[in-house]
Design a protein around this ligand. Structure first.
Ligand code: NAD
Length: 447
């Protein structure tokens, strides 16, 4: 099939490359000249494991091309995916649909012959109707079926997720689109990935419901972690104890500094607006958003408390800035609130992230950047682990202690074992694992 992907960001580029890998003929289009020029020159503008290879292979095979020129790509396409951004609208939390609407109008002008137009961007319920209306208004002769096919991939594991999804959701109102979408995803169909065909509005809402549920699950275990700290329980054991229940499941039960990223924060807010507009409030989601916002701010206070209550004039090393490992995405990363709180309290921050420092410079207050974890820790009064990149999982603690001014480790991802860290002379602060509880457990194990 001939496919055009409009918007070549995290989702558009991964989708385009994977669809080309399925054997389709794909053109990825973007307004951003620099991005397209980089891709044409073989440079990948984002960090996503395996993507450079996938893009290079499919470009070399002639199945994947990049263009700023939407018109020929759409005119030749059987299927056009819209994968532009839908950020939060400034001030009110609604999804900003201006990019989707602009893309729909451009697509409408370029259409030729029957075309399936697929919204892959995360969009509020009813956006497919609006895309259909814009196309009909812009080009009354256009012959289209507008489909919703929300994307569930995770940054950092995007290719694996796209190629081996838990499910594919396809929302359609025009039956002609069914066979086309089955053809697009045929390789996955053969792998028996479930394809769930629904109405368009159901598909649109399914994406928001999934993200809100996951955000709620994270927030739930974070609140349980706080309770563990007050009651002497251990959140990792509680998480395992509930996660082994099939009805609950073990994933998304790692207590931490609060969720961030390009999707959960904006999608939970957008879902609240959808609920509000339809007079169907979502109080659990409302509370999730409020609790998570408070939590990100509270993490700064937690670090300051671990430093003895005052960080004025102290140097704090921050490891991991991106909202999660294996991406360079800094959107709504918890590190932003932590670093801001430390800077506001008078600390000097020295930060290091394996892939996110270029993006971090654009969103963090002015801080120093280091070349690696050990350089960040040199003469530091505390080390804070904010994002659990693999290279931070087995740091040489002895080397760190020797280089630091004060041996304080704040582990906001519960990566380390207390006994091991304390044995190296560190004071250790983590999430939902109170010291007395862990020491008692270690003593029991040693008996
Ligand atoms: P992004 O900001 O990385 O990329 C969007 C791209 O669209 C940009 O390169 C921009 O230049 C381009 N663009 C905007 N308007 C355009 C137009 N009219 N024509 C051509 N290009 C245009 O965004 P993203 O993270 O890839 O997200 C895209 C959508 O997918 C969003 O709705 C998001 O919620 C959803 N989504 C994202 C993820 C994720 O992990 N990032 C996962 C699932 C779903």
């Amino acid at each position: 099939m001939r496919i055009a992907v409009i918007g070549t960001g995290y989702v558009g580029l991964v989708s385009g490359a994977c669809l080309a890998d399925f054997g389709h003929q794909v053109t990825c289009v973007d307004l951003d000249h620099d991005k397209i020029a980089a891709l044409r020159a073989g440079r990948i503008p984002i960090f996503e494991p395996g993507l450079d290879r996938l893009v290079a292979d499919n470009a070399a095979a002639g199945r994947l091309g990049f263009s700023i020129d939407l018109e020929p790509a759409v005119a030749e396409a059987d299927v056009v995916f819209i994968a532009v951004g839908t950020p939060s609208r400034r001030g009110d939390g609604y999804a900003d649909l201006s990019y989707v609407h602009a893309a729909a109008a451009s697509i409408a002008r370029a259409l030729s012959g029957f075309t399936v137009v697929v919204t892959k961007s995360t969009v509020p319920v009813g956006t497919g109707d609006e895309v259909e209306r814009i196309i009909a208004e812009t080009n009354p002769d256009a012959d289209v079926a507008v489909v919703s096919n929300p994307e569930f991939l995770r940054e950092g594991a995007a290719i694996e997720d796209f190629k081996r999804p838990d499910r594919i959701v396809v929302g359609l109102e025009d039956e002609r689109a069914r066979a086309v979408m089955e053809e697009v995803y045929r390789p996955l169909y053969l792998n028996q990935a479930p394809i769930l065909v629904t109405g368009r509005r159901t598909a649109e809402l399914t994406k928001y419901a999934a993200n809100a549920f996951l955000a709620m699950k994270i927030t739930f275990i974070n609140e349980i972690a706080d309770l563990c700290e007050k009651t002497g329980a251990n959140v990792q054991e509680v998480a395992r104890g509930i996660g082994l229940d099939n009805r609950i499941g073990p994933k998304f039960l790692n207590a931490g500094p609060g969720y961030g990223g390009s999707c959960f924060p904006k999608d939970t807010l957008a879902l609240l607006r959808i609920g509000h507009d339809h007079d169907s409030p979502l109080r659990l989601v409302e509370t999730t958003v409020a609790v998570n916002d408070q939590r990100k701010r509270a993490m700064g206070r937690k670090v300051i408390a671990a430093c003895g209550g005052d960080v004025r004039g102290k140097t704090v090393a921050v490891l991991g800035l991106t909202f999660k490992p294996n991406t360079d995405d800094m959107r709504e990363a918890p590190s932003i609130a932590v670093v801001q709180a430390l800077v506001d309290a008078g600390a000097r921050v020295r930060a290091y992230d394996p892939e996110g420092m270029a993006a971090a410079r654009a969103v963090l207050p002015p801080v120093d950047y280091a070349e690696n974890a050990y350089e960040a820790a040199t003469d530091a009064d505390a080390l804070v682990l904010v994002t659990e990149w693999n290279e931070f999982r087995s740091l040489d603690l002895e080397r760190l202690r020797q280089t630091m001014r004060a041996p304080v480790l704040v582990d906001l991802r519960n990566v380390y074992r207390r006994a091991e860290v304390e044995a190296q002379g560190f004071s250790y602060c983590c999430i939902g694992r109170p010291a007395a509880t862990e020491r008692a457990a270690a003593a029991r194990a040693a008996e």
